[in-house]
Design a protein around this ligand. Structure first.
Ligand code: NBP
Length: 502
Protein backbone atom coordinates (compact mmCIF):
# COMPACT_ATOMS: atom_id res chain seq x y z
CA UNK A 1 0.00 0.00 0.00
CA UNK A 2 1.71 3.25 -1.10
CA UNK A 3 2.10 6.04 1.43
CA UNK A 4 -0.14 9.09 0.85
CA UNK A 5 2.95 11.19 0.22
CA UNK A 6 6.32 10.13 -1.17
CA UNK A 7 9.57 10.76 0.67
CA UNK A 8 11.29 12.28 -2.33
CA UNK A 9 10.67 13.20 -5.97
CA UNK A 10 12.89 12.60 -8.97
CA UNK A 11 12.75 14.28 -12.36
CA UNK A 12 14.51 12.80 -15.40
CA UNK A 13 14.23 9.11 -16.12
CA UNK A 14 17.17 8.50 -18.44
CA UNK A 15 20.02 6.18 -17.37
CA UNK A 16 20.99 8.01 -14.19
CA UNK A 17 17.49 8.93 -13.03
CA UNK A 18 16.06 5.42 -13.39
CA UNK A 19 18.95 3.83 -11.55
CA UNK A 20 19.04 6.38 -8.75
CA UNK A 21 15.26 6.10 -8.25
CA UNK A 22 15.59 2.31 -7.92
CA UNK A 23 18.49 2.70 -5.51
CA UNK A 24 16.46 5.09 -3.31
CA UNK A 25 13.42 2.79 -3.41
CA UNK A 26 15.62 -0.19 -2.50
CA UNK A 27 16.40 1.62 0.75
CA UNK A 28 12.72 1.81 1.68
CA UNK A 29 11.98 5.37 0.56
CA UNK A 30 8.94 5.99 -1.61
CA UNK A 31 9.94 7.90 -4.72
CA UNK A 32 7.65 9.91 -6.99
CA UNK A 33 9.06 10.02 -10.50
CA UNK A 34 8.42 12.34 -13.43
CA UNK A 35 9.84 12.50 -16.92
CA UNK A 36 9.13 15.06 -19.64
CA UNK A 37 8.26 12.23 -22.02
CA UNK A 38 5.53 10.42 -20.07
CA UNK A 39 5.88 7.09 -21.93
CA UNK A 40 9.35 6.67 -20.47
CA UNK A 41 7.96 7.07 -16.96
CA UNK A 42 5.12 4.62 -17.63
CA UNK A 43 7.55 2.05 -19.05
CA UNK A 44 9.85 2.49 -16.07
CA UNK A 45 7.01 1.90 -13.58
CA UNK A 46 5.76 -1.10 -15.55
CA UNK A 47 9.24 -2.62 -15.53
CA UNK A 48 9.67 -2.15 -11.78
CA UNK A 49 6.34 -3.01 -10.18
CA UNK A 50 7.65 -4.02 -6.75
CA UNK A 51 10.45 -2.19 -4.98
CA UNK A 52 10.92 -2.06 -1.18
CA UNK A 53 10.01 1.67 -0.95
CA UNK A 54 7.74 1.93 -3.96
CA UNK A 55 7.67 4.10 -7.06
CA UNK A 56 4.83 6.49 -7.82
CA UNK A 57 4.43 7.97 -11.29
CA UNK A 58 3.55 11.61 -11.93
CA UNK A 59 2.50 12.83 -15.37
CA UNK A 60 2.90 16.54 -14.62
CA UNK A 61 5.17 18.63 -12.41
CA UNK A 62 2.07 19.71 -10.42
CA UNK A 63 1.21 16.08 -9.75
CA UNK A 64 4.81 15.38 -8.71
CA UNK A 65 4.91 18.32 -6.30
CA UNK A 66 1.51 17.46 -4.79
CA UNK A 67 2.66 13.89 -4.13
CA UNK A 68 5.56 14.83 -1.80
CA UNK A 69 5.94 15.29 1.96
CA UNK A 70 7.01 18.77 3.13
CA UNK A 71 9.56 20.22 2.91
CA UNK A 72 9.60 18.73 -0.55
CA UNK A 73 12.83 17.19 -1.80
CA UNK A 74 13.10 16.91 -5.56
CA UNK A 75 16.11 15.45 -7.36
CA UNK A 76 16.86 16.55 -10.92
CA UNK A 77 18.67 14.13 -13.19
CA UNK A 78 18.16 15.84 -16.50
CA UNK A 79 20.66 17.02 -19.06
CA UNK A 80 23.00 19.63 -17.58
CA UNK A 81 22.75 23.25 -18.77
CA UNK A 82 19.57 24.67 -20.37
CA UNK A 83 17.34 21.65 -19.58
CA UNK A 84 18.20 21.94 -15.86
CA UNK A 85 17.24 25.64 -15.87
CA UNK A 86 14.04 24.83 -17.76
CA UNK A 87 12.99 22.25 -15.16
CA UNK A 88 13.87 24.57 -12.26
CA UNK A 89 11.85 27.38 -13.87
CA UNK A 90 8.91 25.00 -14.19
CA UNK A 91 9.16 23.99 -10.53
CA UNK A 92 9.57 27.42 -8.91
CA UNK A 93 5.90 28.50 -9.09
CA UNK A 94 4.80 25.13 -7.69
CA UNK A 95 7.06 25.05 -4.64
CA UNK A 96 6.76 26.56 -1.15
CA UNK A 97 9.27 28.21 1.19
CA UNK A 98 11.89 25.77 2.41
CA UNK A 99 11.37 23.17 -0.33
CA UNK A 100 14.59 21.69 -1.66
CA UNK A 101 15.73 21.08 -5.23
CA UNK A 102 18.69 18.74 -5.60
CA UNK A 103 20.56 18.81 -8.89
CA UNK A 104 22.34 15.48 -9.31
CA UNK A 105 23.46 16.20 -12.88
CA UNK A 106 26.91 17.18 -14.03
CA UNK A 107 26.25 20.90 -13.67
CA UNK A 108 29.02 23.42 -14.02
CA UNK A 109 29.74 24.72 -10.52
CA UNK A 110 29.26 28.35 -11.58
CA UNK A 111 25.72 27.47 -12.75
CA UNK A 112 25.11 25.87 -9.36
CA UNK A 113 26.31 29.03 -7.59
CA UNK A 114 23.93 31.09 -9.75
CA UNK A 115 20.98 28.73 -9.23
CA UNK A 116 21.51 28.44 -5.48
CA UNK A 117 21.53 32.23 -5.12
CA UNK A 118 18.47 32.74 -7.31
CA UNK A 119 16.47 30.09 -5.44
CA UNK A 120 17.63 31.32 -2.02
CA UNK A 121 16.27 34.77 -2.92
CA UNK A 122 12.90 33.09 -3.52
CA UNK A 123 13.00 31.22 -0.20
CA UNK A 124 13.79 27.90 -1.85
CA UNK A 125 16.79 25.72 -1.07
CA UNK A 126 19.16 24.21 -3.58
CA UNK A 127 21.69 21.41 -3.32
CA UNK A 128 24.12 20.78 -6.17
CA UNK A 129 25.29 17.24 -5.69
CA UNK A 130 27.96 15.44 -7.64
CA UNK A 131 26.84 11.87 -8.36
CA UNK A 132 29.66 9.65 -9.54
CA UNK A 133 29.80 6.06 -10.64
CA UNK A 134 27.78 6.05 -13.84
CA UNK A 135 24.86 3.70 -14.28
CA UNK A 136 26.02 0.98 -11.85
CA UNK A 137 27.04 3.51 -9.22
CA UNK A 138 23.63 5.20 -9.40
CA UNK A 139 21.92 1.81 -9.06
CA UNK A 140 23.96 0.22 -6.26
CA UNK A 141 25.86 3.05 -4.58
CA UNK A 142 27.44 6.17 -6.06
CA UNK A 143 29.93 8.53 -4.47
CA UNK A 144 27.93 11.63 -3.56
CA UNK A 145 29.36 15.14 -3.32
CA UNK A 146 26.59 17.46 -2.09
CA UNK A 147 27.05 21.22 -1.83
CA UNK A 148 24.67 24.02 -0.89
CA UNK A 149 22.68 25.08 2.15
CA UNK A 150 23.95 22.91 5.05
CA UNK A 151 20.53 22.91 6.78
CA UNK A 152 18.93 21.68 3.56
CA UNK A 153 21.52 18.94 3.31
CA UNK A 154 20.54 17.77 6.82
CA UNK A 155 17.07 17.06 5.36
CA UNK A 156 18.61 15.03 2.54
CA UNK A 157 21.42 13.37 4.46
CA UNK A 158 19.55 10.22 5.61
CA UNK A 159 18.65 9.38 2.00
CA UNK A 160 22.07 10.34 0.61
CA UNK A 161 23.87 8.27 3.28
CA UNK A 162 21.57 5.32 2.63
CA UNK A 163 22.01 5.21 -1.14
CA UNK A 164 25.74 6.04 -1.29
CA UNK A 165 28.40 3.41 -1.90
CA UNK A 166 29.80 1.97 1.32
CA UNK A 167 33.37 1.22 2.27
CA UNK A 168 34.64 -0.96 5.07
CA UNK A 169 35.45 1.22 8.10
CA UNK A 170 38.71 -0.59 8.78
CA UNK A 171 40.13 -1.34 5.34
CA UNK A 172 38.55 1.49 3.37
CA UNK A 173 37.70 -1.03 0.62
CA UNK A 174 34.34 -0.84 -1.15
CA UNK A 175 31.65 -3.18 0.14
CA UNK A 176 30.27 -4.88 -2.95
CA UNK A 177 27.49 -7.36 -3.58
CA UNK A 178 24.34 -5.21 -3.70
CA UNK A 179 21.59 -6.69 -5.88
CA UNK A 180 18.18 -5.30 -6.86
CA UNK A 181 16.08 -5.02 -3.73
CA UNK A 182 19.01 -6.01 -1.51
CA UNK A 183 21.44 -3.16 -0.87
CA UNK A 184 24.56 -3.77 1.19
CA UNK A 185 24.26 -3.05 4.90
CA UNK A 186 26.78 -1.37 7.18
CA UNK A 187 29.97 0.38 6.19
CA UNK A 188 30.90 4.03 5.85
CA UNK A 189 28.85 5.95 3.26
CA UNK A 190 30.74 7.60 0.40
CA UNK A 191 28.84 10.84 0.91
CA UNK A 192 29.80 13.95 2.81
CA UNK A 193 28.71 17.57 2.84
CA UNK A 194 31.31 19.35 0.70
CA UNK A 195 30.53 23.03 1.23
CA UNK A 196 28.24 25.91 0.24
CA UNK A 197 26.65 26.66 -3.16
CA UNK A 198 28.74 25.16 -6.00
CA UNK A 199 31.32 23.31 -3.86
CA UNK A 200 29.84 19.85 -4.49
CA UNK A 201 29.71 20.27 -8.24
CA UNK A 202 33.19 21.80 -8.25
CA UNK A 203 34.61 18.78 -6.44
CA UNK A 204 32.73 16.46 -8.80
CA UNK A 205 34.31 18.30 -11.73
CA UNK A 206 37.78 17.82 -10.22
CA UNK A 207 36.95 14.15 -9.74
CA UNK A 208 36.15 13.94 -13.45
CA UNK A 209 39.32 15.83 -14.39
CA UNK A 210 41.35 13.37 -12.34
CA UNK A 211 39.43 10.56 -14.04
CA UNK A 212 40.51 11.91 -17.45
CA UNK A 213 44.13 11.83 -16.22
CA UNK A 214 43.87 8.31 -14.78
CA UNK A 215 42.33 6.92 -17.95
CA UNK A 216 44.90 8.50 -20.26
CA UNK A 217 47.81 7.33 -18.05
CA UNK A 218 46.53 3.76 -18.14
CA UNK A 219 46.26 4.04 -21.93
CA UNK A 220 49.86 5.27 -22.12
CA UNK A 221 51.06 2.34 -19.98
CA UNK A 222 49.20 -0.10 -22.27
CA UNK A 223 50.55 1.62 -25.37
CA UNK A 224 54.15 1.60 -24.14
CA UNK A 225 53.99 -2.09 -23.27
CA UNK A 226 52.49 -2.83 -26.66
CA UNK A 227 54.88 -0.62 -28.64
CA UNK A 228 58.12 -1.43 -26.83
CA UNK A 229 57.55 -5.09 -25.97
CA UNK A 230 55.04 -6.13 -28.61
CA UNK A 231 52.74 -7.84 -26.09
CA UNK A 232 49.23 -8.81 -27.18
CA UNK A 233 46.13 -7.30 -25.55
CA UNK A 234 45.42 -10.33 -23.35
CA UNK A 235 49.07 -10.45 -22.23
CA UNK A 236 48.88 -6.79 -21.27
CA UNK A 237 45.62 -7.60 -19.48
CA UNK A 238 47.54 -10.14 -17.40
CA UNK A 239 50.09 -7.44 -16.50
CA UNK A 240 47.27 -5.14 -15.38
CA UNK A 241 45.74 -7.95 -13.34
CA UNK A 242 49.03 -8.18 -11.43
CA UNK A 243 49.19 -4.42 -11.01
CA UNK A 244 45.70 -4.48 -9.55
CA UNK A 245 47.03 -6.49 -6.61
CA UNK A 246 49.43 -3.72 -5.57
CA UNK A 247 49.67 0.06 -5.21
CA UNK A 248 47.68 0.64 -8.42
CA UNK A 249 44.67 -1.35 -7.17
CA UNK A 250 41.68 0.54 -8.57
CA UNK A 251 38.41 0.23 -10.46
CA UNK A 252 39.96 1.65 -13.65
CA UNK A 253 42.83 -0.87 -13.62
CA UNK A 254 40.32 -3.63 -12.90
CA UNK A 255 38.05 -2.75 -15.85
CA UNK A 256 41.09 -2.29 -18.09
CA UNK A 257 42.16 -5.85 -17.24
CA UNK A 258 38.72 -7.05 -18.24
CA UNK A 259 38.63 -4.97 -21.42
CA UNK A 260 42.04 -6.22 -22.59
CA UNK A 261 40.96 -9.82 -22.15
CA UNK A 262 37.69 -9.38 -24.05
CA UNK A 263 37.41 -11.13 -27.44
CA UNK A 264 35.71 -9.34 -30.32
CA UNK A 265 32.21 -10.85 -30.67
CA UNK A 266 32.26 -10.20 -34.46
CA UNK A 267 35.59 -11.67 -35.61
CA UNK A 268 35.67 -14.02 -32.60
CA UNK A 269 39.45 -14.24 -32.95
CA UNK A 270 40.74 -10.71 -32.35
CA UNK A 271 40.85 -8.84 -29.06
CA UNK A 272 37.95 -6.39 -28.93
CA UNK A 273 40.27 -3.52 -28.04
CA UNK A 274 42.16 -4.10 -31.30
CA UNK A 275 39.06 -3.50 -33.42
CA UNK A 276 37.87 -0.39 -31.57
CA UNK A 277 38.62 2.83 -33.48
CA UNK A 278 41.20 4.99 -31.71
CA UNK A 279 39.10 8.11 -31.30
CA UNK A 280 37.85 9.14 -27.87
CA UNK A 281 34.91 11.39 -27.09
CA UNK A 282 34.39 13.71 -24.16
CA UNK A 283 31.53 15.49 -22.45
CA UNK A 284 33.33 18.51 -21.09
CA UNK A 285 34.20 18.11 -17.41
CA UNK A 286 37.89 17.52 -18.19
CA UNK A 287 37.87 20.65 -20.31
CA UNK A 288 36.14 22.61 -17.53
CA UNK A 289 38.83 21.46 -15.09
CA UNK A 290 41.62 22.55 -17.43
CA UNK A 291 40.00 25.88 -18.26
CA UNK A 292 39.47 26.49 -14.55
CA UNK A 293 43.15 25.70 -13.90
CA UNK A 294 44.14 28.27 -16.53
CA UNK A 295 41.66 30.81 -15.14
CA UNK A 296 42.99 30.44 -11.59
CA UNK A 297 46.64 30.18 -12.68
CA UNK A 298 47.07 26.77 -11.04
CA UNK A 299 49.44 24.38 -12.81
CA UNK A 300 47.39 21.28 -13.72
CA UNK A 301 49.15 20.20 -16.94
CA UNK A 302 48.50 16.49 -16.57
CA UNK A 303 44.71 16.76 -16.67
CA UNK A 304 45.00 19.23 -19.56
CA UNK A 305 47.26 16.81 -21.44
CA UNK A 306 44.67 14.09 -20.94
CA UNK A 307 42.03 16.33 -22.51
CA UNK A 308 44.35 17.25 -25.40
CA UNK A 309 45.15 13.56 -25.90
CA UNK A 310 41.43 12.96 -26.54
CA UNK A 311 41.36 15.95 -28.92
CA UNK A 312 44.36 14.55 -30.81
CA UNK A 313 42.72 11.14 -30.96
CA UNK A 314 39.61 12.71 -32.47
CA UNK A 315 41.43 14.02 -35.56
CA UNK A 316 41.87 10.48 -36.86
CA UNK A 317 41.85 11.24 -40.61
CA UNK A 318 44.44 13.99 -40.17
CA UNK A 319 46.66 11.64 -38.16
CA UNK A 320 46.38 8.89 -40.74
CA UNK A 321 47.49 11.36 -43.44
CA UNK A 322 50.30 12.77 -41.26
CA UNK A 323 51.55 9.26 -40.45
CA UNK A 324 52.51 8.90 -44.12
CA UNK A 325 54.53 12.11 -44.12
CA UNK A 326 56.04 12.71 -40.68
CA UNK A 327 58.85 10.38 -39.74
CA UNK A 328 59.91 9.37 -36.25
CA UNK A 329 62.73 7.08 -35.12
CA UNK A 330 63.03 3.75 -36.97
CA UNK A 331 60.83 1.11 -35.32
CA UNK A 332 62.83 -1.20 -33.12
CA UNK A 333 61.90 -3.45 -30.23
CA UNK A 334 63.14 -2.78 -26.75
CA UNK A 335 66.23 -4.90 -26.08
CA UNK A 336 66.32 -4.79 -22.28
CA UNK A 337 64.67 -7.14 -19.80
CA UNK A 338 60.90 -7.36 -20.18
CA UNK A 339 60.10 -7.67 -16.47
CA UNK A 340 62.23 -4.67 -15.57
CA UNK A 341 60.57 -2.54 -18.23
CA UNK A 342 57.10 -3.55 -17.10
CA UNK A 343 58.03 -2.59 -13.55
CA UNK A 344 59.40 0.74 -14.82
CA UNK A 345 56.14 1.46 -16.67
CA UNK A 346 54.23 0.56 -13.51
CA UNK A 347 56.33 3.05 -11.56
CA UNK A 348 55.91 5.73 -14.22
CA UNK A 349 52.16 5.25 -14.04
CA UNK A 350 52.12 5.47 -10.24
CA UNK A 351 54.32 8.59 -10.08
CA UNK A 352 52.32 10.30 -12.84
CA UNK A 353 49.12 9.46 -10.99
CA UNK A 354 50.46 11.04 -7.79
CA UNK A 355 51.29 14.24 -9.71
CA UNK A 356 47.87 14.31 -11.36
CA UNK A 357 46.10 14.01 -7.99
CA UNK A 358 48.47 16.60 -6.50
CA UNK A 359 47.32 18.97 -9.25
CA UNK A 360 43.63 18.19 -8.64
CA UNK A 361 43.96 18.86 -4.93
CA UNK A 362 45.86 22.09 -5.60
CA UNK A 363 42.97 23.21 -7.78
CA UNK A 364 40.54 22.55 -4.94
CA UNK A 365 42.80 24.40 -2.51
CA UNK A 366 42.82 27.46 -4.75
CA UNK A 367 39.09 27.27 -5.50
CA UNK A 368 38.22 27.26 -1.81
CA UNK A 369 40.04 30.59 -1.47
CA UNK A 370 38.34 31.99 -4.54
CA UNK A 371 34.83 30.91 -3.49
CA UNK A 372 35.24 31.14 0.28
CA UNK A 373 34.68 27.44 0.92
CA UNK A 374 36.34 25.30 3.58
CA UNK A 375 37.02 21.97 1.93
CA UNK A 376 38.04 18.89 3.86
CA UNK A 377 40.51 17.22 1.49
CA UNK A 378 40.89 14.08 3.59
CA UNK A 379 37.11 13.57 3.61
CA UNK A 380 36.92 14.20 -0.15
CA UNK A 381 39.53 11.50 -0.83
CA UNK A 382 37.61 9.24 1.57
CA UNK A 383 34.29 9.47 -0.27
CA UNK A 384 36.05 8.71 -3.55
CA UNK A 385 37.13 5.31 -2.19
CA UNK A 386 33.84 3.71 -3.18
CA UNK A 387 31.18 4.08 -5.86
CA UNK A 388 33.00 6.40 -8.20
CA UNK A 389 35.11 5.79 -11.29
CA UNK A 390 38.41 6.80 -9.69
CA UNK A 391 37.92 4.57 -6.63
CA UNK A 392 41.24 3.13 -5.59
CA UNK A 393 43.19 1.89 -2.61
CA UNK A 394 45.53 4.80 -3.28
CA UNK A 395 42.90 7.30 -2.04
CA UNK A 396 43.39 5.99 1.49
CA UNK A 397 46.97 7.29 1.27
CA UNK A 398 45.63 10.74 0.38
CA UNK A 399 43.23 10.71 3.34
CA UNK A 400 46.15 9.71 5.58
CA UNK A 401 48.33 12.49 4.13
CA UNK A 402 45.71 15.15 4.93
CA UNK A 403 45.19 13.51 8.34
CA UNK A 404 48.90 14.07 9.03
CA UNK A 405 48.72 17.64 7.78
CA UNK A 406 45.37 19.23 6.84
CA UNK A 407 47.24 22.29 5.49
CA UNK A 408 49.50 20.25 3.21
CA UNK A 409 50.59 22.56 0.37
CA UNK A 410 51.03 19.76 -2.18
CA UNK A 411 50.52 15.99 -1.96
CA UNK A 412 54.08 15.50 -3.21
CA UNK A 413 55.33 17.02 0.05
CA UNK A 414 53.66 14.36 2.19
CA UNK A 415 56.28 11.90 3.52
CA UNK A 416 54.60 8.84 1.94
CA UNK A 417 54.26 10.36 -1.54
CA UNK A 418 57.67 12.02 -1.33
CA UNK A 419 59.29 8.68 -0.50
CA UNK A 420 57.32 6.80 -3.16
CA UNK A 421 58.29 9.19 -5.93
CA UNK A 422 61.89 9.34 -4.72
CA UNK A 423 62.18 5.56 -4.93
CA UNK A 424 60.36 5.18 -8.24
CA UNK A 425 61.57 8.22 -10.16
CA UNK A 426 64.52 6.53 -11.83
CA UNK A 427 62.12 4.14 -13.53
CA UNK A 428 59.75 6.99 -14.35
CA UNK A 429 62.54 8.98 -16.04
CA UNK A 430 63.66 5.87 -17.91
CA UNK A 431 60.15 5.31 -19.30
CA UNK A 432 59.67 8.94 -20.37
CA UNK A 433 63.09 8.86 -22.07
CA UNK A 434 62.32 5.54 -23.77
CA UNK A 435 58.98 6.89 -24.99
CA UNK A 436 60.78 9.85 -26.57
CA UNK A 437 63.53 7.68 -28.07
CA UNK A 438 61.04 5.26 -29.58
CA UNK A 439 58.65 7.96 -30.79
CA UNK A 440 55.76 6.76 -28.61
CA UNK A 441 53.45 9.57 -27.48
CA UNK A 442 53.09 9.51 -23.70
CA UNK A 443 51.89 13.05 -22.93
CA UNK A 444 50.63 12.60 -19.37
CA UNK A 445 53.71 10.64 -18.23
CA UNK A 446 55.95 13.36 -19.68
CA UNK A 447 53.92 16.29 -18.44
CA UNK A 448 53.65 14.84 -14.93
CA UNK A 449 57.42 14.41 -14.81
CA UNK A 450 57.96 17.99 -16.02
CA UNK A 451 55.49 19.13 -13.33
CA UNK A 452 57.43 17.21 -10.69
CA UNK A 453 60.76 18.61 -11.85
CA UNK A 454 59.35 22.12 -12.13
CA UNK A 455 57.72 22.00 -8.71
CA UNK A 456 60.92 20.81 -7.02
CA UNK A 457 63.09 23.45 -8.74
CA UNK A 458 64.00 26.44 -6.62
CA UNK A 459 65.20 28.51 -9.59
CA UNK A 460 63.42 28.13 -12.94
CA UNK A 461 64.30 29.91 -16.20
CA UNK A 462 61.48 32.40 -15.61
CA UNK A 463 64.20 34.98 -14.82
CA UNK A 464 64.94 35.09 -18.54
CA UNK A 465 61.26 35.05 -19.40
CA UNK A 466 60.56 38.04 -17.18
CA UNK A 467 63.51 39.88 -18.74
CA UNK A 468 61.96 39.22 -22.17
CA UNK A 469 58.65 40.62 -20.92
CA UNK A 470 60.37 43.68 -19.57
CA UNK A 471 62.27 44.09 -22.85
CA UNK A 472 59.29 44.22 -25.17
CA UNK A 473 56.50 45.31 -22.84
CA UNK A 474 58.08 47.15 -19.89
CA UNK A 475 56.43 44.57 -17.61
CA UNK A 476 59.14 45.05 -14.92
CA UNK A 477 60.92 42.38 -12.91
CA UNK A 478 61.82 41.61 -9.32
CA UNK A 479 65.43 41.03 -8.24
CA UNK A 480 66.93 38.14 -6.29
CA UNK A 481 68.77 40.60 -4.04
CA UNK A 482 65.75 42.81 -3.24
CA UNK A 483 62.54 42.19 -1.24
CA UNK A 484 59.58 40.63 -3.10
CA UNK A 485 57.11 43.18 -4.42
CA UNK A 486 59.76 45.71 -5.40
CA UNK A 487 59.73 46.10 -9.18
CA UNK A 488 62.46 47.24 -11.55
CA UNK A 489 62.58 48.15 -15.19
CA UNK A 490 65.49 48.49 -17.55
CA UNK A 491 65.17 51.00 -20.34
CA UNK A 492 66.27 48.52 -23.00
CA UNK A 493 66.42 50.88 -26.03
CA UNK A 494 68.54 53.36 -24.07
CA UNK A 495 72.14 53.24 -25.38
CA UNK A 496 73.52 54.03 -21.93
CA UNK A 497 71.97 50.93 -20.29
CA UNK A 498 72.20 49.03 -18.03
CA UNK A 499 70.52 51.37 -15.64
CA UNK A 500 68.21 50.08 -12.93
CA UNK A 501 65.34 52.40 -12.07
CA UNK A 502 63.66 51.70 -8.73
P1 NBP B 1 20.84 12.81 -20.06
O1 NBP B 1 21.91 13.75 -19.66
O2 NBP B 1 20.92 12.14 -21.35
O3 NBP B 1 19.44 13.62 -19.99
C1 NBP B 1 18.24 13.00 -20.38
C2 NBP B 1 17.11 13.39 -19.46
O4 NBP B 1 16.92 14.80 -19.48
C3 NBP B 1 15.79 12.79 -19.93
O5 NBP B 1 15.04 12.42 -18.82
C4 NBP B 1 15.17 13.94 -20.69
O6 NBP B 1 13.76 13.85 -20.80
C5 NBP B 1 15.55 15.07 -19.80
N1 NBP B 1 15.38 16.39 -20.41
C6 NBP B 1 16.04 16.99 -21.42
BR1 NBP B 1 17.33 16.19 -22.44
N2 NBP B 1 15.63 18.22 -21.68
C7 NBP B 1 14.64 18.42 -20.79
C8 NBP B 1 13.81 19.53 -20.55
N3 NBP B 1 13.92 20.67 -21.24
N4 NBP B 1 12.87 19.41 -19.58
C9 NBP B 1 12.75 18.27 -18.88
N5 NBP B 1 13.53 17.19 -19.05
C10 NBP B 1 14.47 17.27 -20.00
O7 NBP B 1 20.59 11.71 -18.91
P2 NBP B 1 21.63 10.89 -18.04
O8 NBP B 1 22.74 10.34 -18.86
O9 NBP B 1 20.81 9.96 -17.22
O10 NBP B 1 22.28 11.98 -17.09
C11 NBP B 1 21.49 12.78 -16.21
C12 NBP B 1 22.41 13.79 -15.54
O11 NBP B 1 23.40 13.07 -14.78
C13 NBP B 1 23.20 14.64 -16.53
O12 NBP B 1 23.38 15.92 -16.00
C14 NBP B 1 24.52 13.94 -16.64
O13 NBP B 1 25.56 14.80 -17.02
C15 NBP B 1 24.71 13.42 -15.22
N6 NBP B 1 25.56 12.25 -15.09
C16 NBP B 1 25.52 11.25 -15.99
C17 NBP B 1 26.34 10.13 -15.82
C18 NBP B 1 26.27 8.98 -16.79
O14 NBP B 1 27.09 8.05 -16.63
N7 NBP B 1 25.35 8.98 -17.74
C19 NBP B 1 27.18 10.04 -14.71
C20 NBP B 1 27.17 11.07 -13.78
C21 NBP B 1 26.36 12.16 -13.97
P3 NBP B 1 13.10 13.13 -22.09
O15 NBP B 1 13.09 11.67 -21.78
O16 NBP B 1 11.75 13.70 -22.15
O17 NBP B 1 13.93 13.47 -23.28
Amino acid sequence: MPKSHSDIGLIGLAVMGQNLALNIADHGFQVSVYNRTTEKMAKFLAGNPATPGGLVGATTLQELVRSLTRPRRIILLVQAGGPTDAVIDGLIPLLEQGDIIIDGGNAKWTDTIRREKALREKGLRFIGSGVSGGETGARFGPALMPGGDPAAYKELEPIWNAIAAKVDAKTGRPILGATPGKPVSGGVPCATYIGPDGAGHYVKMIHNGIEYGDMQMICEAYYLIRSLLGLKAEEIGAVFAEWNKGALDSYLIEITTDILQQKDPVTKSKALVDVILDTAGQKGTGKWTSVNALDMGVPAPTVAEAVFARCLSAIKEERVAAAKILKGPAKKSYRGARTALIQAIHDALYCSKICSYAQGFQLMREAQKEYNWTLNFGAIAQIWRGGCIIRAGFLQKITEAYGRNPRLANLLLDPYFNKTVKEAQENWRKVVALAAQHGVAAPTFGSALAYYDGYRTARLPANLLQAQRDYFGAHTYERVDQPRGKFFHLDWPEPARPQIQA
